[in-house]
Design a protein around this ligand. Sequence first.
Ligand code: CA
Length: 232
Amino acid sequence: VPVVLLIEDDARIRDALGRVLGDHGYAVRSATTGYAGLQEVNDDPPDVVVLDLGLPDVDGGEILRMIRSVSAVPIIVASARDEEAGMVSLLKAGADDYVVKPFSGELLSARIQAVLRRSAANVDAEILAVGALRIDTDSREAMLDGRGLDLSRREFDLLAYLAARAGKVITKRELLAEVWQQPYGGADKTVDVHLSWLRRKLGETASEPRYLRTSRGVGVRLVDPDGVDPSR
Ligand code: CA
């Protein structure tokens, strides 16, 4: 059950929202001051925060910034303030959405559902990006310049391993241990052969490398060929 933390000093609003959100299947907790809310986010992180701006101890905008400095929890600002400039600055400060009071519990519930959906999508999709390469480790698909790459299982694992450590030189020993599961070493030749296959599929050659840079006797690293590379 998703946990919603209401940071709201008005007891009537707290009760009303608590009821509606409860009916929609959320577990609702509340804090009546800004600092109590911040503490709560820290101690027992909720799935989403609904934040009032007019709080008795400190402005909600300040609390938003403080929460953002310690947590990526989705935050929906709920306020009677409806000037556009204020909303824009709160969204820029890290609010995920903004609802203007008075609003219905139905609307808030729909907004909560939307931010939860977005944050779930962010967590699930493990997309590695290096230059024009996109590697989806969930679906095990790799694309270069928007075109799918036809990789073997090992080639995919090798590319994904290097992409997760882009820019860093990875030794063949490490690749053998981590990608081939041969911690006690094996034939470097195996790595070399797979690297050359992978290189061909990336449309490059050893003499004119782009993404795959080998350092003789050391290892290999994956780089963004159009990025700034301080070691070149
Ligand atoms: Ca208030």
